[in-house]
Design a protein around this ligand. Structure first.
Ligand SMILES: [Ca+2]
Length: 335
């Protein structure tokens, strides 16, 4: 299996990247970044920082689109993710932007790198998009044929329903670039959508992450715990939960561990729609192409899967690492 992560650099993106690094048998094939939670350059720095915990497995980080396809203004999400996208924790890490991992590029070059990955990896390729879908849409517009043989594309974005507590009245990833989301829904092969409302059934509690960090003395867990503090404060203030939703890690789980059966995945025909002021709704449309949607999730087992990712000893192992064997406590959920 070869994995590419397309990320907008927020806190749940960092968790998703850790999960991908932890469970991948070999190296990550690549990372691309997009505007969204933060700028694509900041997102690249954040991805490089996360990868520094897994030195034998890191991949090149390609800086991608810095604006939506139609060029309209966009808003970042620093109120939720912190100014740096990671709750301020990056200030404590002396990782230079020029680590040799980050590749500055024109957005077209990054789109072409994505397409080249899809073409080369073929059925073994897993592409996970955890931000606005601009890079994937650009790649599809430039070279749709390259994606014809890909194993799976999972995009976190859109929502099947309007969440009951939602101040911004939009699903962030889809609404940040509606045209890109529309192109992805219409063209991306082997597409599985991980909608917002499914993700919101999994609450990753502050105490849960603190327990893990206390129990396992691991730099990456200390880092994630600190990066999540601001994010969880924001969700506590907005929605009254003492934790957060691990949206992007769930997208990685669906892509890399389908056999774990964490999700109720159903085919359907959908287009983008609106419900009142809510932007980014996934609306049934008989005329649309068939895609797959994760309509529900086993929240307890999804958290077990994330715990396994955070505690498996994949850090600091040489290139290729050792075979993944699960956490040892219950291998039935092992990816
Ligand atoms: Ca994200």
């Amino acid at each position: 299996m070869r994995i590419w992560i397309d990320t907008d650099g927020g806190v749940d993106d960092a968790l998703a990247l850790v999960c991908a690094l932890a469970v991948s048998e070999g190296r990550l094939a690549g990372v691309s970044t997009v505007f969204g939670n933060v700028s694509p350059r900041r997102a690249a720095r954040n991805a490089a920082l996360v990868q520094a915990f897994y030195p034998g497995k890191s991949a090149a980080v390609h800086v991608g689109a810095d604006r939506p396809l139609t060029g309209h203004p966009w808003q970042d999400a620093h109120a939720i993710h912190g100014e740096d996208g990671l709750g301020g924790v990056t200030a404590d890490h002396a990782l230079a932007f020029e680590t040799g991992v980050v590749r500055e590029a024109h957005p077209d070059e990054t789109a072409d790198a994505l397409a080249a990955f899809a073409r080369e990896a073929g059925a073994a390729g897993r592409l996970v998009c955890t931000g606005p879908m601009t890079n994937l849409a650009r790649a599809l517009l430039r070279d749709a044929e390259a994606f014809a043989g890909i194993g799976r594309i999972v995009c976190m974005g859109t929502s099947l329903s309007v969440p009951d507590v939602r101040r911004d009245r939009a699903e962030f990833n889809a609404s940040s670039d509606l045209e890109a989301a529309r192109i992805v829904l219409e063209q991306a092969p082997k597409l599985l959508i991980m909608p917002l409302d499914t993700c919101r059934r999994v609450v990753m509690e502050r105490a849960w992450l603190a327990r893990l960090a206390d129990r396992h003395d691991r730099p990456v867990l200390t880092f994630l715990r600190r990066a999540h503090a601001h994010y969880m404060d924001a969700y506590q203030a907005m929605e009254g939960i003492d934790g957060c939703y691990p949206h992007d890690a769930l997208a990685v789980a669906a892509a890399l561990a389908p056999e774990a059966g964490l999700f109720a995945v159903e085919p359907g025909r959908y287009a983008l729609g609106e419900d009142g002021a809510f932007t980014g709704l996934l609306r049934p449309d008989p005329a649309a192409r068939r895609i797959e949607v994760a309509r529900d999730v086993d929240a307890a087992r999804a958290l077990d899967w994330i715990e396994t990712c955070l505690t498996v000893s994949a850090e600091l192992t040489p290139l290729g690492g050792r075979p993944y064997t699960g956490s040892g406590k219950d291998n039935s959920n092992a990816p």
